[in-house]
Design a protein around this ligand. Structure first.
Ligand code: GDP
Length: 435
C-alpha cells in the first residue's frame, strides 16, 4: 500500500492534473479534498484534451474510483455540466467511478452572485476572483450557512433548511448590495435540476476511504491551486479560501489517519500566476509575451492570460516547506528551450536587504527580485525520455531547482502528453545519500 499527495508548490497551474493523470495508473482511488470548480486541470491523453474543474483527474482512467471529499466546495451546477461534458467525450461517469461526500457542503447560485457583486464593489482593489463563488461559499461554511450534501437524503428537513438559508442570503443580496433576490420556485427548480441527479453518487466517503486504507488500497490525493494560495500561509489576502497544503488532507478527506508516503510537489520550470496579488519575479512587455505564448499560459477556467516570470527560488522553497514535499515534479521544461540564457530569481531585496526567506505578505509588495542567469540548452527536448539524454545545460537547470528547493526532482515533464515524461527512479535515494 502507498498513498501519495500531488500538490502545487507555487501559485497553481503547475501541471498537477498532468501528473495525476500520469500517476493514477498505480492508484485505486483519487481524492479531491479542498477547493472547488474555480481552477482547472488540463489533461491531454489518448481520449483527448480535457479541462477538468471539479472532477478528480482520475476520472480519465478506467478502474479508478474518484472522490469529492468533505472539504470541497460542491458546486452541483458546474459538476453536472462537467459530467455531461466529459461523458460527451466518451468518458463514463457513474457511481462506480465517482463518489461525493455526504459531508461536503453545497455551493448555491447566490455564492456566485455574491462573489461577483463584491469584486465589482471593490473595483481596483479586487482580488481577481474567478467569480465561482468560492470565497462566499467558504465564509458561509464557516458560519454554518450552507447545507451538507447528505441533507438531500432528508427531503423535508432539507426543504426547511433551504428556506431559512434563502431568506438569509436574500437579505444579504438585497440589503448589502441592492441586488436581485431568489424566489422559492427558482431555488427549488435549481435543486431539482442540479442536486437531485447527484444523489446516486452521495455517500460517506470518509468511511469508504478509511476502509480502503485498511484494505491496503493505494490512494492519491489531488490538490487544487498551490502553496502560495493557501488560506493560512499564502500571499494573504490574495489566497484562495481553503487550505491548498497537504497537511489539510486528513481533515478535508474525512480521514484522520490518512497516511502519506509521498508528497509530490509540482513546480513549473518558470513562474506563472493568475489573478491579483504580489508576484515578485514577474516579467512584462515582449519578454513576457514570448514566454506566455511559448507556454500557452492562458487559464483553464477563465481563458485569462496568466502573468509570467522567472523561476522563483524564494517562493519555491517556501512552497516545498509548506507542503512538506518529499519529491518534486518539474513541468514545462520544454517551454524554456527557446532561451539562450534563462533568468532565475535567487533572492529578494526587501527595503534594500537581501533575503532568501519568503517575506511576510505586507512586505511582498516592495520586494524586488535578485536575478541571475543560467545557460539555456536552446534545442528541442520534447522527445527526450531519459535523464541521460537531456542536454547538460538542462540537467544543470534541473539540479539548480533541486538545490534551491532542497528537495529531489524525480519527474521532469517535457510536454503535455502523458508519455512526455522523464522519470528518475533512484533520485530520492541518491539525494538522501548525498544530503
Ligand atoms: P494544474 O491546474 O496544476 O493541473 O495546471 P493547468 O492544467 O492549469 O496548467 C498546466 C498546463 O500545462 C496544461 O495546459 C498542461 O497541458 C500543460 N502542461 C503540463 N505539463 C507540461 C509540459 O511539461 N510541457 C508543456 N509544454 N505543457 C505542459
Amino acid at each position: 500500500m502507498s498513498n501519495r499527495a500531488i500538490v502545487g508548490i507555487n501559485w497553481g497551474d503547475e501541471g498537477k492534473g498532468r501528473m495525476v493523470d500520469l500517476l493514477t495508473e498505480s492508484y485505486d482511488i483519487v481524492v479531491r479534498y479542498q477547493g472547488g470548480g474555480n481552477a482547472g486541470h488540463t489533461v491531454v491523453n489518448e481520449k483527448g484534451r480535457f479541462a477538468l474543474h471539479l472532477l478528480p483527474s482520475g476520472v480519465l482512467r478506467e478502474g479508478v474510483m474518484n472522490i469529492l471529499a468533505d472539504g470541497v466546495a460542491l458546486d452541483p451546477e458546474n459538476l453536472c455540466k462537467e459530467i455531461e461534458d466529459v461523458r460527451s467525450n466518451g468518458v463514463s461517469v457513474t457511481p462506480d467511478n465517482l463518489l461525493i461526500s455526504s459531508w461536503s457542503s453545497l455551493l448555491f447560485p447566490w455564492h456566485r452572485d455574491l462573489d461577483e457583486l463584491e469584486e465589482s464593489r471593490l473595483g481596483d482593489s479586487k482580488f481577481g476572483s474567478t467569480k465561482q463563488g468560492i470565497a462566499p461559499f467558504y465564509a458561509d461554511r464557516s458560519r454554518k450557512k450552507t447545507i451538507l450534501t447528505g441533507e438531500l437524503f432528508y427531503p423535508e428537513a432539507f426543504a426547511a433548511h433551504l428556506q431559512q438559508l434563502m431568506e438569509y442570503e436574500n437579505l444579504t443580496l438585497d440589503r448589502e448590495y441592492g441586488a436581485l433576490t431568489y424566489s422559492k420556485e427558482e431555488v427549488n427548480d435549481w435543486v431539482d435540476r442540479y442536486c437531485r441527479p447527484l444523489i446516486p453518487f452521495i455517500c460517506d466517503t470518509g468511511k469508504y476511504l478509511r476502509e480502503s486504507q485498511a484494505k491496503g488500497k493505494n490512494i492519491l490525493f489531488e490538490a487544487q491551486l498551490g502553496a502560495l494560495r493557501d488560506l493560512d500561509r499564502g500571499i494573504w489576502p490574495f489566497t484562495t479560501s481553503s487550505n491548498t497544503t497537504a497537511s489539510y488532507i486528513p481533515v478535508g478527506a474525512g480521514m484522520p489517519g490518512a497516511v502519506l508516503d509521498d508528497v509530490t510537489g509540482v513546480v513549473k520550470a518558470y513562474s506563472t500566476c493568475v489573478g491579483e496579488g504580489p508576484f515578485v519575479s514577474e516579467w512584462s512587455g515582449a519578454e513576457a509575451e514570448q514566454l506566455r505564448e511559448a507556454g500557452e499560459e492562458y487559464g483553464a477556467k477563465t481563458g485569462r492570460a496568466r502573468r509570467v516570470g522567472s523561476f522563483d527560488c524564494v517562493a519555491t522553497r517556501h512552497g516545498v516547506m509548506m507542503q512538506n514535499a518529499t519529491e518534486i515534479a518539474v513541468t514545462k521544461l520544454d517551454v524554456l528551450s527557446y532561451m539562450e540564457r534563462i533568468p532565475v530569481c535567487t533572492a529578494y531585496l526587501v527595503d534594500g536587504e537581501r533575503t532568501e526567506d519568503f517575506p511576510f505578505p505586507s512586505a511582498l509588495d516592495s520586494a524586488v527580485p535578485v536575478t541571475e542567469y543560467m545557460e539555456g540548452w536552446n534545442c528541442d527536448i520534447s522527445s527526450v525520455r531519459t535523464w541521460e539524454d537531456l542536454p547538460d545545460a538542462a540537467k544543470r537547470y534541473v539540479s539548480f531547482i533541486e538545490e534551491a528547493a532542497g528537495c529531489p526532482v524525480t519527474y521532469i515533464s517535457v510536454g503535455p502528453e502523458r508519455e512526455s515524461i522523464i522519470i528518475r527512479k533512484n533520485r530520492k535515494e541518491e539525494w538522501r545519500r548525498a544530503h
